[in-house]
Design a protein around this ligand. Structure first.
Ligand code: ATR
Length: 292
């Protein structure tokens, strides 16, 4: 029941009406017995500071953030190590002020807590591939794209001791910025790198609903020992997934990463393990009811 004590959580971004975050956050809170309610709030960059002030006043439980707010948010709030490294925030969380070195004039402080920015995308990705049986340690990876999601994945794969990360990107300059996050195991790659990769990840919007740029990937490059992850969530089966599945590769979409990054965020807000199965079931039920 929503009462006077129920705390607000949710997700901010634009557009946000199709976000799955309220679906799995509310399911998680109910299963965890957390007195909180999750809402999707449509917000542009110009209103971020207003939102942060309201978040502080209303003592939010925590909030996720998505496009186009992640970079601006990182410039407004104190960032965790991983958010600082990525220059992107996808989760707002309370931290004990005696555990962090915030500047004396930091604005977003309430009693002995500070509202800070975190980034759970990388850990969410690693958990999502482990769940489908992929151990990132020692593997060769090809990543298409070098945007925010790609950067989080590259940093997390490097931390998980992948053997190599080949980044294939439209613009080499953005590609090089992403390479820098992978330390000495990352480099700009080419289509030729696909043959020796055991994991192939698409982080570009190519194939997303509304983005019909064709995949010019020769299907012969993909083999049945490979795992192909397309982090797109709509459609649920993307053109790349169709190509890879036709070659016998194991394929998965972005729902796993989305739920796991949300689970990592909830765990930092609540301090308890998030109920992954419950969260997944809630999303499946929602998608079944709303996509048919
Ligand atoms: P996100 O933050 O969600 O990862 P993003 O920052 O917009 O998204 O990044 C999108 C990535 O997809 C970028 O690497 C972009 O390439 P550029 O760095 O050259 O801009 C890539 N991308 C976007 N549209 C593309 C297209 N039509 N073909 C190939 N790559 C594309």
């Amino acid at each position: 029941m929503i009462t006077g004590q129920t705390r607000l959580a949710g997700v901010i971004g634009f557009p946000i009406a199709h976000s799955l975050s309220p679906v799995f956050q509310n399911a998680a809170f109910e299963a965890m017995g957390v007195d909180a309610c999750s809402l999707a709030i449509s917000l542009d960059e110009d209103n971020l500071e207003n939102f942060l002030n309201v978040a502080l006043k209303t003592n939010i439980l925590g909030f996720s953030a998505t496009m186009p707010l992640k970079t601006k948010l990182a410039s407004l709030v104190y960032c965790s190590e991983r958010a600082k490294k990525l220059e992107a925030v996808n989760s707002l969380v309370w931290a004990d002020i005696d555990q962090i070195e915030i500047p004396g004039d930091y604005r977003y402080v309430r009693d002995d807590k500070a509202l800070i920015g975190d980034n759970t995308d990388g850990e969410g990705f690693i958990r999502s591939i482990k769940e489908i049986g992929v151990d990132p340690k020692g593997i060769d990876v090809v990543i298409f794209g070098a945007g925010g999601a790609s950067r989080a994945i590259i940093a997390a794969l490097a931390e998980s001791k992948a053997n190599s990360i080949s980044i294939i990107n439209r613009s080499p300059s953005n590609g090089m910025r992403a390479v820098a996050l992978g330390g000495d195991i990352a480099r700009l790659g080419s289509i030729k790198d696909i043959a020796k990769a055991s994991l192939i990840v698409n982080t570009t919007p190519v194939g997303m609903v509304g983005n019909y740029a064709p995949w010019s990937l020769d299907s012969d490059l993909i083999s049945n020992y490979q795992v192909v992850v397309d982090i797109i969530t709509s459609p649920l089966k993307t053109p790349l997934m169709h190509i890879a599945a036709s070659r016998g590769a194991r394929v998965t979409n972005g729902v796993g990463m989305l739920i796991h990054q949300g689970a990592v965020a909830i765990e930092t807000w609540v301090g308890k393990r998030a109920p992954i199965e419950v969260m997944k079931e809630s999303v499946e039920k929602y998608l079944n009811q709303n996509l048919n």
